[in-house]
Design a protein around this ligand. Structure first.
Ligand SMILES: C[S@@+](CC[C@H](N)C(=O)[O-])C[C@H]1O[C@@H](n2cnc3c(N)ncnc32)[C@H](O)[C@@H]1O
Length: 249
């Protein structure tokens, strides 16, 4: 039966690859590399660099254009569902093109279990019923781990939970009872739109990469600096990925 390896590659530093991930990559007959858009171009280059550095076994690279989400869709949930359906179509074609006993590898940014839909979309392909394949996941370093390591801080305070959320959700209000909140997928500088009183922010862009930028401090004092730095970096590189931890004093 066909096998799909979903390999976590870490957050942009080839040295984030685990030995398990390297071994899995070398077991693949085909490595699938998504491309499209400025951001995806940079990420595709990183994936190519990982393959060039670590794969010694015979294999082929297959690049494919990953459908892009319609950010202007009036219904967010529906927009995401339509986007996933379009990616599922693409995956289905790629998997159907594999020989029946082949192994394919999808290189997933960070860890496949954290704010990534690859596994959900593969399940969607399987549920269509036209293809049989197995899925194996190889975990990767998440941007959260790389962020807290960069600041040399623990993720949680003693004995307390951590909330992981999106910029969109943060704008709806501070999570009930939380003292440590990690915010991902925030294209809107949501930290500017909440009450900064008593909050410390640990902000990182391009964490783990050569371009890494880190800023920390009381939110009321550093928010403007983060926004200015973020705008400039985005302009310079054409894309940005940032993640931050908000801690209540
Ligand atoms: C689609 S999610 C993927 C998360 C990924 N699976 C992980 O384990 O970190 C993309 C978000 O992850 C965060 N992210 C991923 N890589 C990052 C990096 N190198 N620097 C800063 N944030 C990053 C950002 O919040 C970005 O909006």
């Amino acid at each position: 039966m066909r096998q799909i390896l979903v390999i976590g590659i870490g957050t942009g530093n080839p040295a984030h690859m685990t030995v398990e991930a390297i071994d899995a990559l070398n077991a693949a007959d085909t490595v699938f590399i998504p491309t499209k858009g400025d951001e995806k171009a940079a990420l595709a280059a990183l994936r190519r660099a990982i393959v060039a550095r670590y794969v010694t076994a015979a294999h082929s690279n297959v690049e494919f254009a990953l459908p892009v989400r319609d950010a202007a869709h009036p219904d967010y949930q529906r927009g995401v569902a339509e986007w996933h359906e379009a990616i599922a179509d693409r995956y289905e074609t790629l998997i159907a093109d594999m020989d029946a006993r082949e192994t394919g590898a999808l290189l997933v940014w960070g860890d496949p279990g954290l704010y990534d839909s690859t596994l959900r979309i593969l399940e969607r392909v399987r549920s269509r019923g036209s293809l049989e394949f197995t899925v194996r996941v190889i975990p990767g370093l998440t941007s959260i781990q790389v962020l807290t390591a960069a600041f040399a801080i623990p993720l949680n305070t003693i004995g307390n939970p951590v909330t992981i959320t999106t910029g969109r959700k943060l704008r709806e209000g501070w999570p009930e009872g939380a003292d440590s909140v990690v915010v991902m997928l925030d294209g809107e500088k949501s930290y500017e739109q909440i009450d900064p009183e008593g909050l410390h922010i640990y902000w990182g862009a391009y964490v783990g990469m050569d371009e890494e930028i880190l800023i920390e401090g009381p939110l009321s004092e550093v928010a403007a600096d983060i926004s200015m730095t973020r705008d400039a970096a985005r302009k310079q590189h054409g894309w940005i990925m940032d993640v931050y931890l908000l801690r209540k004093a």
